[in-house]
Design a protein around this ligand. Structure first.
Ligand SMILES: Nc1nc2c(ncn2[C@@H]2O[C@H](COP(=O)(O)OP(=O)(O)OP(=O)(O)O)[C@@H](O)[C@H]2O)c(=O)[nH]1
Length: 408
């Protein structure tokens, strides 16, 4: 679903490539233009920026400021009100100066404004861009299809960039944008700063989108952080389906000790939603979990039944650890996710080095428990999920994520 079947155009050095940015007002277009220019400049491209946004008064200053900071040449005008004229002049100038990558920022407005689309079409016709990038805010959700389709109908969109992925948005709208524009997502924006920009990687994106963990990766990584002498016990317990809170407590300790928080936690459901790169947030969360578990009784820590945590016990744990009931519930939810993983039918004790075998037994039924109902509906219900998992299982790059779960 994230792969439209053809790669997008990529700029080449030594050829003046023109890349035009389009998107709604406030989507992060101007910021993303600079990030894109800066990213390529660091790779040795001679980048340049053209401000063809004559609609928003501050747009030229914003681009100028960003461009100056990144030492990227820019072109724009306070006086000229015709965006087509500015775009053509800027592109011509930078072509003459042999820039490899000429980026044209266009006006962002609301969907209803037909003039925006006409203006964009004219800029595109006049500058003949090699690539048109549609910039979308990661939090727009279901509206993404209509929005991106409207842009595609006016200009030849060839790639998508999803911004603001550092917030709590999961970026589900990207699925619709890919479908509507038949173009791949190429980068994501992860902050307001110039270097908070990442090449799009489908695996962590889909994991986060589904609020689901990368079980096979998690199991492999856990093996790296669990001391060798503790591994047989862990494997035995996991295979018996008795993943207790005490076991989770020990593993979190191991993770903290080994300092592999980012890598391991990004594979867990409750942690994968944390903003990218926020190691400190994840570390604090683990410590919070450990403090709450310190307030549990032995019977609670050794139980495999999450139902023993009734409201009064949750309140007692919250009080004992100085946390809120919500925090306690959140931790128990995380724990429940892990127990489901361990209670998979027919689970065999995996051989050393093959803990990811655990996740191979997971089927669509299990998987559906992790999905928000809305997302399950969007995928096409159980049938859609089954076919999605089959596809993921059959692809090398996704296989690592689900360990071929759809084959069973
Ligand atoms: N947190 C976060 N903020 C972002 C990101 N990208 C852009 N922003 C912020 O979003 C706001 C809008 O960004 P702009 O780049 O001005 O948006 P625009 O689409 O060019 O807006 P118009 O010119 O009005 O069309 C600014 O405050 C940016 O700093 C991102 O990846 N993460």
């Amino acid at each position: 679903m994230m792969d439209p079947g053809k790669p997008s155009f990529t700029p080449k050095k030594g050829k003046s490539c023109v890349v035009m940015f389009v998107g709604l007002q406030g989507s992060g277009k101007t910021t993303t233009c600079t990030k894109y220019a800066y990213y390529h400049q660091k790779k040795g491209f001679k980048s340049a920026l053209v401000c063809a946004d004559t609609f928003r008064a501050g747009a030229f200053d914003q681009l100028k400021q960003n461009a100056t900071k990144a030492k990227i040449p820019f072109y724009g005008s306070y006086m000229e009100s015709d965006p087509v004229k500015i775009a053509v002049e800027g592109v011509d100038r930078f072509k003459k100066e042999n820039n490899d990558l000429i980026i044209v920022d266009t006006s962002g407005r609301h969907m209803q404004e037909a003039a925006l689309f006409e203006e964009m079409r004219q800029v595109s016709e006049a500058t003949k861009p090699d690539l048109v990038i549609f910039v979308m805010d990661g939090s727009i959700g279901q509206m993404a299809f209509a929005q991106s389709q409207a842009f595609k109908q006016s200009v030849p969109v060839g790639a998508v960039i999803v911004t603001k992925m550092d917030g709590h948005a999961k970026g589900g709208g990207a699925l619709s944008a890919v479908a509507a524009t038949k173009s791949p997502v190429i980068f994501i924006g992860t902050g307001e700063h110039m270097d908070e920009f990442e090449v799009f990687d489908v695996k962590p994106f889909v994991s986060r989108l589904l609020g689901m963990s990368d079980w096979s990766g998690f199991m492999d990584k856990i093996q790296e952080v669990v001391p060798t002498e503790q591994q047989p016990e862990l494997l035995q317990k996991l295979s018996e389906g008795s993943f207790t809170l005490r076991l989770m407590y020990k593993q979190f300790h191991n993770i903290l000790k080994q300092g592999s928080i980012g890598q391991v936690c990004s594979m867990l459901p409750g942690f994968s939603a944390e903003p990218v790169g926020h190691e400190k947030v994840r570390e604090a969360k683990i410590k919070r979990y450990l403090t709450m578990m310190d307030s549990m009784t032995n019977a609670e820590l050794d139980s495999t039944n999450p139902k023993i945590f009734n409201d009064s016990r949750a309140l007692r744990i919250a009080r004992g650890s100085g946390r809120s009931i919500r925090d306690v519930m959140e931790m128990l939810e995380e724990y429940k996710g892990l127990t489901i993983c361990c209670k998979m039918k027919g689970l065999k004790i995996p051989k050393k080095g093959d803990m990811s075998a655990l996740s191979r037994n997971m089927n669509a039924q299990h998987m559906s428990k992790f999905l928000p109902p809305q997302m399950l509906k969007m995928i096409g219900g159980m049938e859609g999920l089954q076919s999605l998992m089959k596809q993921m299982g059959s692809k090398d790059k996704m296989g690592g994520m689900f360990g071929g779960v759809g084959d069973k």
